[in-house]
Design a protein around this ligand. Sequence first.
Ligand SMILES: C[S@@+](CC[C@H](N)C(=O)[O-])C[C@H]1O[C@@H](n2cnc3c(N)ncnc32)[C@H](O)[C@@H]1O
Length: 208
Amino acid sequence: MEVNPPLTIVGCGPGDPDYLTPAADKAVAEAEVLVGTQRLLDLFPRHPGEKIPVGVNIDDVLEAVADRVQRTIAILVTGDPGLASLARPVIRRFGRERCRIIPGISSLQVAFSRLGLDWLDARIIDAHGKDPDLGNDALNRPSKIAVLGGRPQSFEWLQRELGDRLDDFQVTICEDLTLAGERITPWQPGTVLDRELSSRVIFILVRK
Ligand SMILES: C[S@@+](CC[C@H](N)C(=O)[O-])C[C@H]1O[C@@H](n2cnc3c(N)ncnc32)[C@H](O)[C@@H]1O
């Protein structure tokens, strides 16, 4: 019986090539096919294999992978595969034993590094694709909260969700980390931002 090669899910870091690990580079070099967003594919301009650009539709990504399982495929994801990435649907569809995961440097690690903070006690919330459904007091206790934004509406959601409790936190908006337009902006609850946030945004809240 013919055995298909493993599917390799490669964490590619938050954007700047300096944050790609040698292990990620090696896994990509070994692959015949790269699957990922155009921005991630662009991190490997000299890769000679087939490059399949994908959009936000996860089913399309899974089909593109399913059509090529006999080849050596690297599925490129932003940051670390363990954090709100394609790894979960890929593993659900193809099975954990078929998948090899190469960790990457997460945008979350970079955000906390920029603020000089550890994140052992952080509550991580994924508001990237849609407003998360949290329990009433889910945000009453954590001393740090990290919100993966990703949409303009996520900032509005955060303000609605926390309401007056926002005053208990120092809020920092971290955009386009490691990229040319990186911005780290302290934000005062109640003030209006006079610009649109980047789609690559993390909100870090630290209890005062
Ligand atoms: C689908 S999640 C993927 C997270 C990724 N697996 C990681 O470990 O960074 C996408 C979210 O990651 C965050 N993100 C990714 N790259 C970023 C960057 N360069 N700067 C700021 N936030 C980023 C944003 O919150 C975005 O909405």
